[in-house]
Design a protein. Structure first.
Length: 650
């Protein structure tokens, strides 16, 4: 290798290594939050191969919230069920259906298309992937002049050709550090950044360089991946699971180009044996027997070993962070890998933005591993169980696969877990500095606790005179933009009470009225926005005309009122309308009122919707998990919420 003197690049807030879906998602979010970043990628072009196929409901919710969804819906195909053929017995399993999200399905879309959509969105924001650069070393250093920490990263790019080496392993799933290749000429650069996000995959050079162990195991299975044209008597759906007379499991995924992706167990395959089309065809036909299965053409044929591993730490000195496959790898069963990584990026980036803009102590970044680590651990466990059911060579699993009813029953048992698990809607973060329980009020039931994903539900905008907008909307439609806190004020029936009720309480919780509530909404929104807001001139001036840089205020308040039809005329002075005229002309996020006509949202957030309720305030974090909740909507409740923000922001 011929080396040239490295040149030192200018400082940048965040360097991202890896431009797959996870790294690109992180770059999009940071750019939108006014944080300049540089994203480097070793490969010169987006890989035409697709390891991942499905976008689950939780990921679709995130894309919806961040304005990324439309192109995914245009190019993707919704799937909610798949077909199982076991010893030629056909079953249909609705394993991807859920009842708790607007997205009652998974979206089938090849990873290459997901990456392309995200790359296009990144370029719309004025940033391009810096291709051809390979990370060679990284470390956290202390500036000798001012004593401040920063990340120093050495990257290089081949001056002729690419950084790809002839000695690289072609077996997917192998965990190895890339070697250098003699004879190539490179240019080298040293990049200084405040933070580094490593989205550089299962072989992560960053993880190796900072010596973070990748704890776990490599499974005994060899799994063949094939792409090409086939001809078969199977009626192929969006996902077809086949287990044949040879007790081998084969999964078939139709691709948008008319070809199929086949994944088949090949545990007996000798790693030294050449993988040929003939070898694959023999295995596939045996799994399909007695149904006809012919292989016509081959576009891609490889095999990989399944790793179940998780980084011992997701961060190094609170400056370098692992995301996606760099932090965790597991089997493809359940199709959650890419989704898990995209959600890593969503969790990390708003916290980075707060720290970089000086709105929160950098310690807030410690919650990234606290929250994402347990989620990944649970996904690895579930995926492991699902994969073992179809592919394990252990006697117990092989015995189950011999019996149709037992196989279907246990297989369904692993997948048909509590609503939202496979769709990733049930992911919950435990109590920490961001997810705080009330100091004196009782902890609510599990479904309503902090750390939960914010539930969705139907609403109607309340207009002047108690009239309602004809168009129904969903609560999640109010959760627009990255980096925003949303304060949900559940008024129960309080906006139907007269001012004479002011000062009274229900079960010890003071109740409020329209005027007092209006004063508190205006007071605290003004205070919070004045104290904590992104400064568009701090970083964006480097990228564009600072005078035109606009970032929405990060605090938004929404009033959710309930007035059930079962109330009688004697319950309130005027039960025909919600008394909210002072909020009728408020803009979205400024205290506009929405009616929870069926009280479903009050129920989903654990708030009593009728006379016995005093309302509640719930803080939804920028990643749409619940950060804080307090009963009541009067001055004391607003003071509680203010103290919460004081504790997490600086």
């Amino acid at each position: 290798m011929t080396k040239a003197e490295p040149r030192t690049a200018s400082n940048i807030p965040v360097l991202i290594s890896g431009a797959g879906p996870v790294g690109t998602m992180a770059a999009i979010m940071l750019t939108r939050l006014g944080v300049p970043c540089r994203i480097i990628e070793r490969d010169m072009v987006v890989s035409p191969l697709s390891k991942a196929f499905s976008l689950h409901a939780r990921t679709l919710e995130i894309f919806d919230q961040t304005g990324l969804l439309d192109q995914f819906l245009v190019q993707g195909h919704p799937i909610s069920q798949f077909d199982i053929y076991f010893n030629n017995v056909h079953s249909v399993f609705p394993g991807l259906v859920n009842s708790i999200s607007h997205f009652n399905y998974a979206l089938f879309l090849e990873q290459r298309k997901t990456t392309a959509i995200l790359n296009e969105e990144l370029e719309k924001g004025g940033l391009k992937v810096d291709r051809g650069w390979e990370l060679m070393d990284t470390k956290v250093v202390v500036d000798s002049k001012d004593g401040k920490e920063y990340v120093e990263t050495t990257i290089r790019r081949a001056l002729d050709g690419t950084n790809k080496r002839t000695t690289e392993s072609t077996i997917l799933g192998t965990v190895e550090l890339e070697a250098e290749e003699a004879g190539k000429k490179y240019e080298t650069e040293v990049v200084r950044s405040q933070y580094l996000v490593a989205a550089d995959g299962g072989k992560s050079a960053v993880r190796h360089k900072v010596n973070i162990p990748f704890v776990g195991k490599t499974l005994e299975n060899n799994v063949i991946l094939y792409e090409g044209l086939i001809d078969t008597d199977f009626k192929l759906s969006d996902l077809t699971v086949i287990n044949g007379s040879n007790n081998k499991t084969m999964n078939i995924f139709p691709l948008s180009n008319g070809q199929v992706r086949v994944m088949i167990d090949a545990s007996e395959l000798d790693p030294t044996q050449e993988l040929t089309l003939e070898v694959f065809t023999k295995l596939a036909q045996a799994a399909a027997y007695p149904t006809r299965f012919e292989v016509k053409t081959q576009t891609w044929l490889t095999y990989y070993k399944v790793n179940e591993r998780q980084a011992a730490s997701y961060s190094h000195k609170n400056r370098i962070f692992l995301a996606g496959d760099a932090a965790h790898v597991h089997s493809p069963a359940g199709g959650q890998g890419m989704n898990l990584g995209l959600q890593d990026a969503h969790n990390l980036t708003w916290k980075l933005a707060l720290a970089i803009h000086g709105l929160a102590d950098p310690k807030i970044l410690e919650t990234y591993e606290e929250e994402r680590g347990p989620v990944a651990k649970a996904v690895i466990k579930m995926s492991s169980n699902m994969f073992a059911m179809g592919f394990s060579n252990k006697l117990s699993y092989r015995a189950i696969r011999k019996t149709v009813t037992a196989f279907i029953s246990v297989f369904v048992g692993f997948i048909a877990v509590p609503a939202g698990t496979v769709s990733m809607l049930a992911n919950r973060y435990e109590t920490n500095s961001l997810n705080q329980t009330h100091k004196t009020q009782p902890v609510p039931k599990e479904a309503y606790q902090v750390g939960q994903r914010a539930h969705d539900g139907p609403l109607r905008r309340v207009l002047y005179g108690g009239k309602k907008d004809e168009d129904e909307i969903r609560l999640h439609q109010l959760f627009y933009g990255p980096g925003n806190f949303h304060i949900l004020v559940f008024t129960s029936d309080l906006l139907s009470v007269t001012s004479a009720s002011k000062g009274k309480d229900i079960n010890g919780i003071p109740i409020t009225n329209e005027q007092e509530l209006k004063e508190n909404v205006q007071k605290y929104l003004s205070q919070w926005r004045s104290k904590w807001s992104y400064d568009p001139h701090k970083y964006l001036a480097k990228l564009q005309d600072a005078s035109s840089a606009k970032i929405n205020p990060i605090f938004h308040t929404h009033l959710i009122a309930a007035l059930p039809e079962t109330l009688s005329a004697t319950d309130f002075e005027d039960p025909s309308q919600i008394h909210a005229d002072s909020f009728a002309n408020k803009a979205v996020g400024e205290g506009a009122v929405y009616q929870d006509e069926t009280s479903i949202l009050h129920e989903r957030y654990g708030v009593t919707p009728v006379k016995a309720g005093a309302g509640a305030i719930v803080v939804v974090r920028p990643d749409t998990h619940l950060g804080y909740r307090t009963l009541g909507a009067g001055p004391a409740a607003w003071q509680d919420v203010d103290q919460y923000f004081q504790s997490i922001l600086s």
